[in-house]
Write a protein that binds this ligand. Structure first.
Ligand code: ADQ
Length: 490
């Protein structure tokens, strides 16, 4: 074990995540790297916590992969009121730890094996090495008795590695993706090591109660520990006993910020312009996803194409806008997916488009928050058809943007969001006929019915925002720190 730093040194709250909360944005004239805050709710939620508490964020700067020319930043620096501690990865580690074990093994395994996970011992070795590096970096900056909050599936070994180095810390872990049923999880050749890694935490947070149950069942089946009331008792190397709790903390969005943005004149004007550019169609359907095989984009396009074929949707008056953010483009499965989706889009447009009118507008870009808010306001029907999704924030963003209480949300029951948004039109995306019926139901939904459903969903997302998610997790992990944050940010 590494000794705790001398009193008064180190940071009281440390977040450990695969990525730092900033993206490289070129250089200052004097050659120092310039940073811009990355979009995303996690940063927004944790910023007040970090700023009120002396916070540090440990993560990979992403330098080597995004821009092969850029030199990786390795020295800690201050930005946005927190200490940022970069963890460096070699090219081989990016391939083995990130593209390999994280995105080629764990991601498909934890999403119902939609594509086949690959098991490679070299990838696992990189995963262990890199997790050690993150744990060491966090152990170095954490103050005596600090709270360390580890994020997501790339870092499942960090909790135990951290505890071995620094038993004085309170360690939390949040899994942003599903935790699979044991029958699937059991495929993993390193299942024991992963469970033991996670059990280094005091509190394990999952998106849905079902994910927490899956985890506890895996612990029982694989390690023979018997859970009681969402917790298991573990014995550490020094013989001391400790309780580990696993429960659901459904993540959310910065609801007030999305609501306020969608109410601005600039966004309203942009929404009108987008609709006009689309030819003022009667019905606009929208999909917004990372281009990922978990999102069910193919199922959505198939249902849409059949509705046009059947004449249940009019090609003339209908546009499907599909925004597909480029993602993980160096992983083979993602390249194949992109080809499939683009082929499908071409087919639908070939069959139903006319000169000057494409029925599918396919956009393979990333957009700013304003453009996203405008798109949400344009969308009469929002399509979220994931085959499996930890939460799905797009569904919540759509609801938060619709201050006019209009629009209809078609939502896959395989998302975490479906647990909370009971008034959406729920679908099983594998059932193409059911999906088609749900799309039609959403397209013809009367304004009164839209309003009734949207109001209820807006109430839920309004009350359960990402700030509350962070507060609830922290309160369960360390009530004293949660109280300090509450007082400082009042
Ligand atoms: P993701 O799989 O990335 O997240 P999601 O929850 O939908 O999925 O979040 C995507 C975010 O990216 C949203 O905020 C969305 O607005 C934004 N986005 C998508 N396409 C964009 C584009 N073209 N331009 C700009 N922004 C875009 C993982 C899990 C989810 C879980 C989250 C959070 O897979 O299930 O909800 O983490 O825990």
């Amino acid at each position: 074990a590494q000794p705790a730093p001398p009193a008064g040194e180190g940071y009281d709250v440390v977040v450990v995540a695969n990525r730092l909360p900033v993206d490289r944005d070129g250089d200052h004239p004097d050659g120092r790297p310039r940073w811009k805050r990355s979009p995303g709710g996690l940063v927004t939620a944790l910023e007040p916590v970090m700023q009120s508490q002396d916070g540090a964020w440990v993560g990979w700067s992403g330098g080597a992969s995004d821009d092969p020319g850029a030199e990786e930043v390795t020295e800690p620096f201050d930005e946005g009121g927190m200490r940022l501690v970069p963890v460096g990865l070699s090219g081989e580690e990016v391939a083995g730890f990130y593209e390999g074990f994280s995105n080629g093994t764990l991601w498909p395994l934890y999403h119902d094996v939609i594509v086949a996970p690959e098991y490679h011992r070299t990838w696992w070795e990189h995963y262990v090495t890199v997790n050690q590096r993150f744990a060491a970096a966090a152990a170095d900056v954490a103050a005596e008795g600090a709270v360390v909050w580890v994020q997501d599936y790339q870092l499942q070994l960090v909790p135990a590695m951290l505890r071995a180095r620094r038993p004085d810390l309170s360690v939390g872990f949040f899994n942003h993706i599903p935790f699979p049923p044991y029958e699937i999880f059991a495929q993993l050749p390193w299942r024991r090591q992963v469970l033991e890694g996670l059990l280094g935490a005091d509190l394990l947070g999952f998106q849905r109660p079902g994910d927490a149950q899956n985890f506890l069942r895996a612990v029982r089946r694989s390690l023979g520990l018997v859970p009681r009331q969402q917790a298991v008792e573990v014995t550490d190397a020094d013989g001391s006993r400790r309780r580990v709790t696993a429960s659901a903390f459904p993540i959310s969005i910065d609801t007030a910020a999305m609501d306020a943005l969608a109410r601005t004149d600039a966004v309203a004007e942009r929404a009108r312009q987008i609709r006009a550019d689309l030819g003022n169609p009667e019905t606009v359907l929208l999909g917004v996803d990372r281009l990922d095989y978990t999102k069910g984009i193919g199922h959505r396009l198939k249902a849409f194409a059949e509705l046009l074929d059947d004449g249940l949707l009019e090609a003339d008056g209908t546009v499907l806008v599909q925004v597909a953010t480029p993602s993980r483009e160096r992983v083979e499965q993602y390249r194949l997916l992109r080809e499939d989706v683009e082929l499908q889009v071409g087919r639908v447009n070939g069959a139903h488009g006319t000169l000057g009118h494409s029925v599918v507008q396919y956009l393979h870009h990333s957009y700013g928050r304003e453009e996203m808010a405008a798109l949400f306001l344009v969308a009469d029907v929002m399509l979220v058809t994931s085959l499996r999704d930890g939460m799905n924030l797009v569904a919540k963003e759509y609801v938060a943007a619709r201050h006019d209480e209009r629009g209809a949300l078609v939502l896959s029951e395989f998302t975490g969001a479906a647990d909370e948004l009971g008034q959406a039109v729920h679908v099983n995306p594998h059932d193409i006929d059911g999906l088609k019926a749900a799309v039609v139901q959403a397209v013809v939904m009367a304004p009164r019915e839209q309003r009734r459903r949207m109001r209820a969903m807006r109430r839920r997302v309004g009350e359960h925002d990402v700030q509350r998610w962070a507060r609830d997790f922290l309160a369960a992990l360390r009530p004293d720190v949660a109280r300090d944050v509450a007082e400082a940010t009042e």
